[in-house]
Write a new protein. Structure first.
Length: 174
């Protein structure tokens, strides 16, 4: 009897009791985590980094962009796949920006032709029989004048990129 009351055997007394494990709260957390991950999941694997100076327009469109060359147009610069091609402000090389009667952006055309040749070369080396898609994703500042957008589209078409999609913010991203 004294043995049951002693300090040494206190642990033995407690271990004989069965413990109930309530996993309801754990399941609640797992369900919330699952819903969050499903909501955040996007089947679109295109990642576009937006440079400073570009404000993307809003849209209610629900379609996704396809993989392709990314052309970013701001008030001061034009980028192709995050590489600066045209700088309207400084024009460091003093090159003539417009050609073909003012409709073609010459440095942009040169870079797009180079990108197309790289794509064709990779396609040949990898023995891919799929035709060149010619898709351009356009990230255009919403304050750019239409004539500039028209020049960029004309230049892309002349370089062989005949399909284009505008990148916009959907209502979910606002």
């Amino acid at each position: 009897m004294a043995r049951n009351r002693s300090i040494r055997f206190r642990k033995l007394r407690k271990s004989k009791e069965q413990m109930d494990l309530d996993i309801t709260s754990l399941l609640d957390i797992l369900v919330i985590l699952l819903v969050f991950l499903l909501k955040a999941y996007s089947s679109n694997n295109i990642i576009i980094s937006i440079p400073k100076g570009i404000t993307i327009p809003d849209s209610t469109s629900q379609s996704f962009n396809n993989a392709g060359v990314i052309i970013q147009v701001s008030k001061e610069k034009i980028f192709v796949d995050s590489q600066e091609v045209v700088d309207y402000v400084t024009n460091p090389e003093g090159i003539e920006i417009y050609g073909d009667g003012g409709r073609l952006v010459t440095p942009l055309f040169d870079r797009l032709v180079q990108v197309r040749e790289e794509i064709e070369l990779v396609k040949q080396q990898a023995n891919i029989e799929k035709d060149f898609s010619g898709i351009v994703n356009l990230v255009v500042d919403k304050e750019i004048k239409y004539i500039e957008v028209k020049r960029v589209l004309y230049t892309a078409a002349q370089a062989g990129f005949k399909s284009y999609k505008f990148v916009v913010l959907s209502q979910e991203q606002m």
